[in-house]
Design a protein around this ligand. Sequence first.
Ligand code: TRP
Length: 448
Amino acid sequence: MDLFQKREQWQTSQGFILATIGSAIGLGNIWRFPTVVGESGGGAFLLVYLIIILILGLPLMLGELSIGRRGKSSIIGAFMSIKPHTPWWLIGAISVFSGILILSFYSVISGWSLYYMFSFLTGQFQGAGIQEVQNLFQSFVQRPFFPLFWQGTFLFITLCIVMRGIHKGIERASTVLMPILFVLLFLLALRSITLDGAWEGVLWFIRPQLAAINIQVVLGALGQVFFSLSLGMGAILTYGSYLAPEDAIPKSSLIISLSDLTIAIVAGFIIIPAVFAFGLEPETGLPLIFITLPLIFGSLPVGQLLGASFFILLSIAALTSALSILEVVVAACKDTFQWSRNKATLLSTLIIFFLSIPSSLSMGTWEHVRFWGFPFLEFLDTITAVFFLPLIGLLTSIFIGWIWTPHKCVQEITREKVPFPLSSIWSFLIKYVVPISMLYILISGFLA
Ligand code: TRP
């Protein structure tokens, strides 16, 4: 690995922040967050989620960005360059593996989003009630090839952008599109909380129910924090590797986490009140937003047009996240095997596409085939979020806290006189609090 070879860089620090926000904000906020909140009892979940972001998510994001910038390399190369001739690069290898797993099911749900855009454009949801919406969803996922077609289309678009390289593709796409999504989400939340009967849902979502907190809720919240902030898989680390020394890592981490949290909460305010207003079950699971959203749009003037615009934007949010996942895999193959960007992108996308076939089928024809009680897609989603990502996060915190040392990491962060006022609290968190609490949550979660 040639450390001195010229490496691509973000052109502006704003471009980096937007692209990283683009990575963080995606289906995780709009599809997964309301699903997990629904399954884990509303307010009980939210409180735990906030605490975990603050004491585990944010410190790890700082750590990942610093390793990336210091290592100036892909996820595998970064660990190798900071601690050569040690097995720590294996963290990178596990990350690449979990990136492939995540993108294989992430692209399936993204494909659904593309299909919904198309359905709204062609007026299929016009005047549809609860029963029709549910039937439309079921008849779509039951077909074997049609969802795969949309999923393949989504992967193909991702491939084209990643092939164009870091700032030409990713940075430009994020800068233009993310702000439009924010505005539309806020408007939808306003509509949802003013639906008849929505208030009960609002309360259910925000009222802390301490008695309902158990280790499964905590484990679920931990997984959701990792998934939503794109942590524990090298996405943030890889984006950090294209950072310039004068970019402020602490400030960027704060902006990225806060934006991600805001969007998740806004999405909660869109979906949860609507679930109550339409008399649906919060525990519906994966299809939740694909059932509630068409109903919300049905209650709006020009709902079909708004629905189509929403799903275009959701697909774009999914795209900017998918880019970051594929970029990890591509950067790692490129740096490790000295492949060209094109070859690395093509081969990894092909593998991911083949892996996604069972996920896609598991929502329809193969529904009865179970892995540890879950359909394949849910199984991948669960093991990556509550096992692989936190495991990598745990190893990363041990690496920073005990091998590379917080002192050297702080030196990297403050290299160009960038202020880092809470550095001693951060060092304490990353050295003791992050590894110990994660180990505790993981072990007790799996024993429960
Ligand atoms: N954070 C993204 C979302 O919320 C998904 C994502 C992108 C991701 N990169 C990741 C998840 C890396 C885990 C790891 O949709």
